[in-house]
Design a binder for this molecule. Structure first.
Ligand SMILES: [Zn+2]
Ligand SMILES: [Zn+2]
Length: 362
């Protein structure tokens, strides 16, 4: 039986037409069910997946956003370990009952697509239907003052840190760091090249530095991002407008052990696959469906969310941040919620690494 705790009035940035703009509107949503938590959103990161959706979407009006940092407000009866007033970070949604989820690998959830991109609750319903829009993007829709999450995609956060800053841990930073630490398990001393140094790539660079990899080679067309890569742990950088293969040979000899391809660009994809040594591995982040085996024992693997279990991995990243080893605050620029379209435009220009919207007070 689902108990519904009334209807909530919220403000949300609604996408009504392909390409936007997003318009902040007053909506009503259903309250939290027994397996849900109504959260008050303090901040939300903007991730490339939001922007890609904006540009490609032509369905019903939707609320995007999937990197929420929040305060638990109404906690459903069946949600364990979370109380009203707790600080939480939201991550991707998973079902908890398929074979992959039960093995402790929610990033491989059989319902991953439908729970994160289906704009519906776990049971297929839509708490936003009374307002004629769809929500529940990544089990959250965080471009709003409130959202409904579940125990599966909520991660408790410490109260002594700036909650607003923690938002991007839920997707982009987890994906970059998790690909290095969980998916590829890059060991100390291994060489690594990272194609694309947005927030995912820079998180990968920081994680490579934490595990003691080297050389760590960052590749991008944006000089500002390359400078930041060097400050965050890259040992070398290559401007992607130059000759990438000869740059790699100069730095790493014939091939690198691990390659991350984050750009989704077909030329970069080809160069990334060509850069890896025999027995090495390439992680594709923009194209998770394209795993293959190549000659020489080389592997190409598609990666989703850095194979992270958010409730374990995000606290680990928070502790690394506290220790000064994962200084992701260097990537963040805050925008007022009302400036959401400006934040999206800046992000598209490529200079801004991680825009984070300030939505409510902590
Ligand atoms: Zn599952
Ligand atoms: Zn994302």
């Amino acid at each position: 039986m689902h108990h519904i705790w009334g209807v909530h009035k919220i403000q949300a940035a609604v996408l009504r037409a392909s390409g936007g703009p997003l318009k902040i509107e007053s909506l009503e949503i259903e309250g939290a069910r027994d397996d849900e938590v109504l959260v008050r959103i303090v901040s939300s990161g903007i991730c490339r997946t939001d922007i890609d959706f904006m540009d490609d979407w032509d369905g019903d009006p939707v609320v995007l956003g999937h990197e929420g940092a929040d305060i638990a407000d109404v906690v459903g009866n069946n949600v364990r370990g979370i109380r009203q007033g707790d600080h939480v970070v939201l991550s991707y949604q998973s079902c908890g009952s398929c074979a992959e989820c039960r093995k402790g690998h929610p990033a491989g959830c059989e319902r991953f697509y439908d729970l994160n991109f289906g704009f519906a609750r776990m049971d297929g319903g839509n708490a936003y239907a009374i307002s004629g829009v769809r929500g529940h993007f990544f089990g959250q829709s965080s471009f709003a003052t409130h959202a409904l999450a579940t125990g599966r995609n909520l991660i408790k956060a410490p109260k002594d840190l700036d909650l607003a800053l923690l938002a991007p841990l839920g997707c982009g930073l987890q994906t970059g760091a998790g690909t290095v630490m969980n998916s590829l398990k890059v060991p100390k001393g291994a060489s690594i090249a990272v194609f694309g140094t947005g927030s995912v790539g820079l998180a990968a660079v920081m994680a490579a530095s934490i595990v003691g990899a080297g050389p760590i080679i960052a590749i991008d067309k944006n000089p500002r991002r390359l400078d930041l890569s060097l400050e965050l742990g890259a040992t070398h950088v290559i401007d992607s407008r130059q000759d990438i293969p000869s740059g790699l040979v100069r730095i790493a000899g014939h091939g690198v052990d691990y390659v991350l391809e984050i750009t989704g660009d077909s030329t970069m994809h080809r160069l990334a696959v060509a850069a890896v040594k025999p027995k090495g591995a390439v992680a594709l982040i923009a194209e998770p469906g394209r795993s293959e085996s190549l000659p020489g024992g080389r592997k190409v693997i598609g990666v989703i969310q850095g194979d992270a279990v958010p409730q374990r991995f995000i606290p680990k990243l928070i502790e690394l941040y506290r220790a000064g080893r994962f200084p992701f605050d260097r990537l963040v620029r805050f925008y007022d919620f009302k400036k959401i379209n400006e934040a999206v435009a800046d992000s598209k220009k490529g200079d801004m690494i991680k825009p984070v919207l300030r939505i409510g007070g902590a």
